[in-house]
Design a protein around this ligand. Structure first.
Ligand code: HEM
Length: 411
């Protein structure tokens, strides 16, 4: 199935407007940009404007050249922050080498393929439990009952967060990141919250939570991520912001992938059937769901000097955004990019970033979760269909689904 119209006039495109992503992803915009203006200057109503990079290989170039395209100078989100705000919020994602590599180095082995494989049975047990609770309801919100539950339960398991506190941390995650969407936003920013991640008072609650875990590990060290961070020689602020990063990074991203994954199967019944008939396709199907969902539309860099990309000059100090949503449908890289194909091979999507220093630390874990959820879900289903409208998050950062009512018949 395809979901893309042709192209549109360039003047109609405004990637700064979250409203443009409210009903659907404007894929025709990206198709137009890739063809006509692959390094496009997008003015902003209240800001300096940004460059939008939309072709696969150009996006890779930006992420590879961290010396020209810095994560540290202006952070990685589109929002313009004051220097003191940037300084206070710097987790590894908002740092350049060498400090980036030092902090990532503390915990990276915990997320390597071999380490992640050891979590498979725990992830499977969580998926089973969550699915077994949801399916007997017959009709339910898939986001609430399944896709939001699994990533945070897995994360909580890996961090050793007690069961009874898990719902609390999921809610914190929602309030922390859904801040472009009126439904999730908390009261307006106060001056004293300027220095917090996402300018959000919720970050303080997250800090508190993380500190309690660290204290506990200092008393009783374990062989785990928190212990490594707690003994890693980080400042209190570095610990805090990296804890928030870990809590936030895998939450909504994995949730939205799982939700979009099921939606794609519902909308493409031939692919659902194909996957049921051939379970060896689950790993490829998980990759295709990741490509199809692209839960993070873009990240941002800031140029350290004047440079040229694909023939376009970009001044020093400019905001440059890389649109994975577009790279993942680049027709020079993917055959029939607008088709959802559970057997797609090769599938070198850039959902976790295109490689380079900041390639998603949790990529192997997220892959595992998506695959295992569908391996557990599909054999338990005789049928599945939408039972109401799919409610999307209003955001040009997350490709998010807030609510997806489904009706199921258990097998
Ligand atoms: C489908 C799920 C996920 C998606 C789509 C995703 C996407 C991304 C992307 C695109 C980046 C690159 C940011 C940049 O270049 O500036 C990134 C970085 C990161 N992700 Fe993920 N992520 C996912 C799941 C996870 C999980 C499960 C975790 C772990 C708990 C995680 C932890 C991180 C961290 C720590 C970074 C920063 C790495 C660095 O700066 O070196 N992510 N992620």
């Amino acid at each position: 199935m395809t979901d893309v119209a042709e192209t549109v006039p360039l003047e109609e495109i405004d990637l700064s407007d979250p409203g443009a992503f409210a009903e659907r992803v404007p894929h025709e915009w990206f198709r137009t940009l890739r063809r006509e203006d692959p390094v496009h200057f997008n003015p902003e109503p209240e800001g300096p404007g940004f460059w939008a990079v939309t072709r696969y290989w150009d996006i890779r170039e930006v992420h590879r050249r961290w010396d020209i395209y810095s994560s540290e100078i202006g952070g990685t989100s589109l929002e313009d922050l004051e220097p003191d705000q940037i300084e206070a919020r710097k987790s590894m994602i908002d740092l350049d080498p060498p400090r980036h590599d030092e902090i990532r180095g503390l915990i990276k082995s915990r997320f390597a393929p071999r380490a992640v494989r050891e979590w498979e049975e725990q992830v499977r047990a969580i998926a089973r439990k969550v699915i077994d609770l949801a399916l007997p309801k017959g009709e339910f919100d898939f986001v609430l009952e399944v896709s939001s539950e699994i990533p945070m339960q897995v994360f909580a398991e890996i961090l050793g967060i007690p069961q009874e506190e898990r719902r609390y941390i999921i809610e914190l995650g929602d309030h922390l990141l859904g801040n472009q969407d009126p439904e999730f936003a908390r009261p307006p920013e106060k001056p004293e919250h300027r220095l917090l991640p996402f300018s959000s008072p919720v970050a303080l609650e997250m800090f508190e939570f993380g500190r309690r875990l660290a204290e506990e590990r200092r008393r009783n060290p374990r062989n785990d991520i928190i212990t490594q961070l707690a003994f890693g020689g980080l400042t209190q602020r570095e610990y805090d912001v990296n804890f928030v990063l870990l809590a936030a990074a895998g939450n909504e991203t994995t949730r939205h992938t799982i939700t979009h994954g099921l939606l794609a199967l519902i909308e493409n019944p031939d692919q659902l059937e194909r996957l049921r008939r051939d379970p060896s396709l689950y790993p490829a199907a998980a990759e295709e769901m990741l490509r199809w969902a692209t839960p993070v539309h873009h990240f941002r860099r800031t140029t350290t000097r004047e440079t040229e990309l694909a023939g376009t000059r970009i001044p020093a100090g400019a905001k440059v955004t890389t649109w994975f949503t577009s790279g993942n449908r680049d027709e020079t890289v993917f055959e029939n990019p607008d088709t959802f194909d559970v057997g797609r091979d090769p599938n070198r999507h850039m959902t976790f970033g295109p490689g380079g220093k900041h390639f998603c630390l949790g990529a192997h874990l997220a892959r595992l979760e998506v695959r295992v959820v569908f391996e557990e879900l599909l054999p338990r289903l005789r049928s599945v269909e939408l039972a109401g409208p799919v409610k999307r998050l209003r955001s040009n950062f997350f490709n998010g689904i807030k609510q997806m009512p489904v009706r199921v018949e258990a097998a």
